[in-house]
Design a binder for this molecule. Structure first.
Ligand code: ADP
Ligand code: MG
Length: 301
């Protein structure tokens, strides 16, 4: 296992930021660590990277206990922290040279060339970090995290604050890098998980609320499919709710209803017959599949 977290609890004073958290990440996986702001994502990542200790539980990275051999584990991990701390007055190459020195890397110039090529910094490599756009600063952050060729990458909200083009570029880059490494990335954006991750771990208020393959997540709550229907005239709401398979019918503007149905049953035909029986017609009828975003909302509110 690349990452094993066992019954980890973290307290900040009275506050439980992590409450008995357990999960593991397989070698080569890209796992999305998803949760609303304040859920405990950064705290968990700081514990995995041994920047802060936990109060209870154990954390292993590449079979090393992070609290017992912090320096050894740091050599195996690349970490892009949430605020991406960079020295704005340093030049890109100068900064990467400095980080290479920290990790005692040999053939520094060659390694920096390799990384600059890998993260797409060639055009900007001679600039000061402070002069770079946010997207390029993230690339410097990624190069910094990769410099010692770690097996595990921990990326804390790597795409926050990027414009749509930069977002796509950085996601593509993470996916490319992820093909040969274990990656755990935190995000509060559901689409990000769909775009790059094999698996998603959802955390809310310090507790894990889901741990699923990205493709399985949508079936998790599939019993909540809904139909959006608009009748031409007012209908008997009680009769609508009495149709077999209807779980609820919520009136919206005009004669629009959001009908929650049991997913096994397709009731579109019944709705149509119902309209006729009510002496009206159906103007629109739209099946609404529950999106990952709705699942996230349901699990975290
Ligand atoms: P996330 O990264 O998911 O937004 P964090 O791990 O940063 O969440 O924070 C989890 C909770 O712990 C929040 O309520 C936050 O206010 C609190 N917290 C984080 N760091 C500290 C700290 N150094 N001291 C006190 N409370 C903290
Ligand atoms: Mg955070």
């Amino acid at each position: 296992m690349s990452i094993v977290v066992k019954n980890v609890t973290k307290l900040y004073g009275e506050q439980k930021a992590l409450d008995d958290v357990s999960f593991s990440v397989n070698p080569g996986e890209i796992v999305g660590f998803l949760g609303p702001n304040g859920a405990g994502k950064s705290t968990m990542m700081k514990i995995i990277t041994s920047f802060i200790p936990s109060n209870m539980g154990e954390t292993h990275v590449c079979d090393l206990d992070v609290s017992k051999v912090p320096l050894k584990t740091k050599m195996r991990i690349g970490y892009l922290a949430e605020q991406n701390p960079l020295y704005y007055d340093m030049y890109v190459r100068e900064y990467l040279g400095f980080i290479a020195g920290v990790f005692k890397i040999k053939n520094t110039a060659e390694r920096i060339d390799e990384l600059i090529e890998m993260v797409g910094l060639t055009v900007e490599q001679n600039k000061k970090i402070g002069q770079l756009s946010k997207g390029y600063k993230q690339r410097v952050g990624l190069a910094q995290a990769l410099i010692h060729d770690p097996e595990v990458l921990i990326l804390d909200e790597p795409t926050t604050g990027l414009d749509p083009n930069q977002l796509e570029e950085i996601r593509g880059l993470i996916k490319k890098i992820g093909s040969s490494k274990t990656v755990m990335l935190s995000t509060h954006i559901m689409q990000e998980v769909e775009a790059i991750c094999d698996r998603v771990i959802i955390i809310n208020k310090g507790k894990i609320v889901a741990n699923e393959k990205a493709s399985d997540l949508s079936t998790l709550l599939s019993s909540k499919n809904a139909i959006q229907i608009e009748f031409e005239k007012a209908i008997d709401e009680k009769a609508l709710r009495n149709i077999a398979g209807v779980q609820s019918a919520e009136k919206q503007v005009g004669n629009n209803y959001l009908v929650q149905v049991n997913s096994e049953i397709d009731i579109r035909n019944q709705l149509f017959q119902f309209a006729i029986a009510q002496g009206t017609t159906v103007l629109t009828l739209k099946k609404e599949e529950l999106k990952l975003e709705d699942i996230f909302k349901q699990l975290t509110t």
